[in-house]
Design a protein around this ligand. Structure first.
Ligand code: HPA
Length: 269
């Protein structure tokens, strides 16, 4: 059985193909509780799904309806820094596609290199820089899923981003925009790395999302991504970086992000 088989069987006669996938990052999982007519399945019961172990990540898939739109929510994700093979990170995204979704919205907690976008703020991603040292499409290509060489020139969909902007405006939430730079982690960056990343053109730094964007583009999903800024990047602020701190500040951004995403999803119905 594939993950898709398990999900279809669990949903039974109530199965409705999702229009949209939502991936909820560290401390951002609350939105999954708002899903109606929900079928929830722990990742450990989904064949091929990598199971993460980080605090703040629930690790379950929730299929149902949000604001009238059929969705599939991935509440929590596995990360490269947990020792998960990068190709395994493809499975949840391909499952979203195989269930019938056309678009995916990825969220994460990130550090900000833009002093104007401080802790608790939101940043829609316009592009990325992959310094993870890994690509989930490494290895043989399955031509049935997508092409060997995937263009990423328009990875972050303009129309979806306009939808996010409209939703943020409607909720009176400021939505910054910027380039996300991905590192493997799990150590936070050094101040010298952050200075270097700034000259490279990064606005936010984090340890996720980019593998999912690459896989999503490979299988033809349209992509939007939002960072919940939990801290100014190392060397830019006075606070000490820690995962606990990340989760605390994620709560401030999560409240805003939930409102913005609900309004965004409503408009996709
Ligand atoms: N660096 C990398 N990942 C992060 C950060 C950071 O400062 N904050 C939250 N996730």
């Amino acid at each position: 059985m594939t993950a898709v088989d398990v999900i279809r069987e669990a949903a039974g006669d109530g199965f409705v193909a999702p229009r949209l996938g939502l991936v909820l990052g560290s401390g951002l999982g609350g939105l999954a509780d708002a899903v109606q007519d929900a079928t929830a399945i722990p990742y450990k019961d989904l064949p091929g799904f990598p199971v993460g172990s980080v605090a703040g990540h629930a690790g379950r898939l929730v299929l149902g309806t949000l604001e009238g739109t059929p969705v599939v929510v991935l509440q929590g994700r596995a990360h490269l820094y947990e020792g998960i093979p990068v190709s395994d990170l493809a499975v949840p995204v391909r499952t979203v596609r195989a269930l019938g979704a056309e678009s995916i919205v990825l969220t994460n907690a990130a550090g900000s290199l833009n002093p104007e976008a401080g802790p608790g703020s939101l940043m829609a991603l316009t592009d990325h820089i992959n310094l993870m040292g890994a690509n989930p499409l490494t290895g043989p290509n399955d031509d049935a899923l997508g092409p060997r060489f995937v263009p990423l020139g328009d990875a972050y969909d303009l129309e979806l981003r306009a939808g996010l902007r409209a939703a943020a405006e409607g909720e009176d939430v400021e939505l910054h925009e910027g380039v996300y730079l991905a590192v493997s982690g799990p150590s936070f960056e050094t101040p010298a790395e952050i200075r270097a990343f700034k000259t490279l053109g990064a606005d936010a730094v984090g340890m996720s999302t980019v593998p999912e964007v690459i896989v999503a583009r490979h299988c033809g999903l349209r992509v939007a991504a939002v960072s919940a800024i939990t801290n100014l990047a190392e060397g830019m602020g006075t606070e000490k970086l820690s995962h606990e701190h990340t989760l605390q500040n994620a709560a401030v951004a999560a409240e805003k992000l939930q409102r913005v995403l609900r309004r965004f999803v409503e408009a996709q119905a």
